[in-house]
Design a protein around this ligand. Sequence first.
Ligand SMILES: [Zn+2]
Length: 457
Amino acid sequence: MSIRYIGLGASDEIGDSAHFLDIEGTSVLLDAGVHPRYEGRESLPDYDRIRDVDLEAILVSHCHLDHLGSLPVALTYFPHARVFMSDAGAALAPVMLGHTVKVMERLKIEAGIEDYPLYTLEDVDAMSYVFQGMRTNRAFPIYSSLQDGTDLQARLYDAGHILGAAGIWLQGSGQTVFYTSDTCVQDQEIIPGAVYPEQVDILICECTLGADENAEHLTRASEISRFARAINEVLERGGTVLIPAFSLGRAQEMLALLCRLRASGKTRDVEIYSAGFGSQISRIYDRTSERSRRHENDIWLAHLDIRRIPPGDVTHGRYLKEPSIVLVSSGMMAENTMSYKLAEKMLPYDHHGIFFVGYCDPRMPGHRVGAAKKGQILQMTEDGRSIPVACTIDRFHFSAHSNRQDLLALIEGVNPRTLLLVHGDRDAADWMESAVKTRNPNVSVVRPERGEEVELA
Ligand SMILES: [Zn+2]
């Protein structure tokens, strides 16, 4: 029995997820992401490393770009590989990739990045036909004979996190592998918590929140109450609340929550604004509601009372003159995005508030803003202009990732022989490794680095 792993992308941080597995001679790739912090070909996993491999299948866990964004590039290397994802994932993927083409084309002009676009809309259209949407919780074969003559079996498990997110289970020659990808065991506003398999031999586990001690002590209900109180404080003094949010997942969850809080009188009755690409994603949330796992009190996003901000300059709307709530991308305040421009405008005024509600890479402008204190002079980027900070800045834990205690419970539940810790910064993986070793010294913990090859069996 042999299982070989290569981290083609960022296994040792949050970046371009791309995990290569060779199980008894059958090769599969789990995820095909891009690194959100790098541009052009630098953002890609090292597909050259396996260019001579006869790759049987690419299984995509979900449609955040750090898991999906290089799929069209991977398919130019491996045109015969079959592509599997969840049903809802297959509806989201062409839309996410098409949007990425537009962003790359814009960056080519604005930032002079020669490599862009890495693929075209025509490529996305042509490739989307091979994306196979699979039902969760049903095993399916990846048609390739293992060396013992049987087929490699796969099965997708609901991962919580966002619409269509799946953990990926594989079984071949009597060995089982489970890749959690991004996982959230707690219920969110729209998407219920993750479901996991029973015992597996090899677990590839994310650890995004491994270093976040606070996250394990907070309950969703207490965080929602604190959020509502903080919103009301800003609105009562005549200010506007800016909420930067990812277009896929966080935006829909927050819109549903904000509308519920307003409808139940927990927050003041003001306009809620949103803009941009998130509304296209919301339509897919609605369209797939029958075929994806939801809470019973399902929400139809198109029916929520939300004002759309028209395309163009976002810094002159009514929302900056009268109390309101504005939810726009990017979640990490990437330079020149709507949230970045609005933050620049709002930071110097003490009646406004900027509330962060999701993960932020420590090297992104959103992290600088999130850590800023009143009275400080802030540069949102290395060479950005100096802005005096007067507005209220706060952070709320509505992460779509399991906290570290939940991850430990997951690891104990599936009781792996070998645990690969991926998708976390160094201090997150440090904490997880020592906690796992203390609880169960028999588990072999592997922390693969980018490009590292590991024999797992
Ligand atoms: Zn994700």
